[in-house]
Design a protein around this ligand. Structure first.
Ligand code: F6R
Length: 361
């Protein structure tokens, strides 16, 4: 079934050239997205120069952060997959998991260094006597860490926090290796940077209008994207959702297989009666064969209820290459979608407003 365009449905009349993008993307978020390969390499160098020691934290690693600073922990955990030798947990909250002990490594990740949930986790980790490392550009977090003699991985300033995804992922991967929670993936990260360079050329603004990222953005225009991942791609689906929220200023939702086959799949039955929803499935060459079969069937069953149904697959050999292929694709799609909608992808006024109003309470 195709869902007819209503009068106020957005339609694509914009060509996605560097010039048209620059007219809308006032703070040049595009350059930060395209620089992902350099960010991967620079992040390795920054971790190596900031941390000269290793730890043996037998209780594993907790990554504490919010939003664009937390996603790196989730992607790192996905990249390590079965190779993680100790628990790796991401907390997006005011506190650490109750099982945190002095034998846990706590990586506090905050791009600004002023996110109150992350500052609270930093303090709780200190009170528990857990080993701490901080990754930030500065703020209160850097101040406290320097005063406490806690190692700081310094990040370059001037980005939107969500544009530092490669930095945050590499920091979490390297800290996981340094505390005994996983193998060192330094050379895989370097190879993934070269792989991402090829994809930047293939999907970037100089590619033709029929190139993958531009085509996906055009097909999502006018709909609410509902993104599905599984295993390795589950945190990538969440990254797509949050990038579409923050860059394109749209609602978007993410869920994962196999769980969504036990609930969300039914919700699609009523989708057209309330709005325009597009389905995006993020697949991976190494996914569990039963999950692959589920993804194919789910897509078939819901296709008639969606304005568009897209099945995308990771590209590359190693887990890191594959993860960053779809992270890059989603970042570009969200940015192109912003431009097609005529909205500046940079500002996140509502987030800023909430933080400042909350600070008054
Ligand atoms: C903004 C963004 C947000 C922030 C979040 C936490 O670009 O992505 O999700 O990451 O509000 O702030 P930081 O990262 O400064 O700790």
């Amino acid at each position: 079934m195709s869902i007819p365009a209503t009068e106020d449905t957005e339609t694509n009349t914009v060509e996605l050239s560097r010039e048209t993008i620059a007219r809308v993307d006032i703070s040049d978020q595009l350059s930060d997205v395209l620089a992902l390969p350099e960010h991967l390499r620079d992040a390795l160098w920054r971790v190596e120069s900031a941390i000269m020691q290793g730890w043996d934290t037998s209780a594993g690693l907790v990554v504490a952060g919010m939003g664009g600073s937390a996603i790196g922990g989730a992607l790192a955990r996905a990249a390590l997959g079965d190779h993680a030798s100790r628990p790796i947990f991401v907390t997006r909250a005011y506190g650490l998991p109750p099982w945190t002990t002095p034998d846990t490594m706590v990586l506090c990740a905050s791009y600004s260094g002023n996110t109150e949930e992350t500052l609270a986790c930093y303090e709780s980790a200190g009170a528990l006597g857990a080993q701490r490392v901080v990754v930030t550009t500065g703020g209160r977090l850097a101040e406290m860490a320097r005063a406490d003699g806690v190692p700081v991985i310094p990040l370059p300033g001037g980005f939107q926090p969500r544009a530092a995804v490669a930095y945050m992922t590499v920091a979490a991967l390297e800290v996981a290796a340094l505390c005994g929670a996983g193998p060192r993936l330094t050379s895989e990260i370097d190879v993934a940077a070269s792989h991402a360079e090829q994809l930047v050329a293939e999907w970037g603004p100089d590619a033709n209008e029929g190139s993958l990222a531009k085509e996906i953005a055009a097909s999502l225009l006018g709909s609410i994207p509902v993104i599905a991942g599984a295993g390795l791609t589950a945190p990538i689906a969440y990254r797509w959702k949050t990038q579409i929220n923050e860059n394109a200023k749209l609602p978007a939702f993410a869920h994962e297989l196999p769980e969504l086959d036990h609930n969300e799949i039914i919700g699609w039955e009523g989708a057209e009666s309330v709005g325009r929803f597009a389905a995006v499935f993020l697949d991976d060459s190494d996914a569990h064969p039963r999950v692959k079969a589920r993804m194919e069937l789910t897509e078939k069953l819901i296709a008639d209820h969606a304005t568009a149904s897209l099945h995308l697959e990771t590209r590359g050999q190693t887990a890191i290459e594959r993860i960053f292929s779809l992270v890059l694709l989603g970042d570009l799609v969200s940015l192109y979608l912003a431009v097609l909608r005529g909205v500046d992808p940079g500002p996140v006024e509502m987030i800023e407003r909430l933080k400042s109003e909350l600070a008054q309470r």
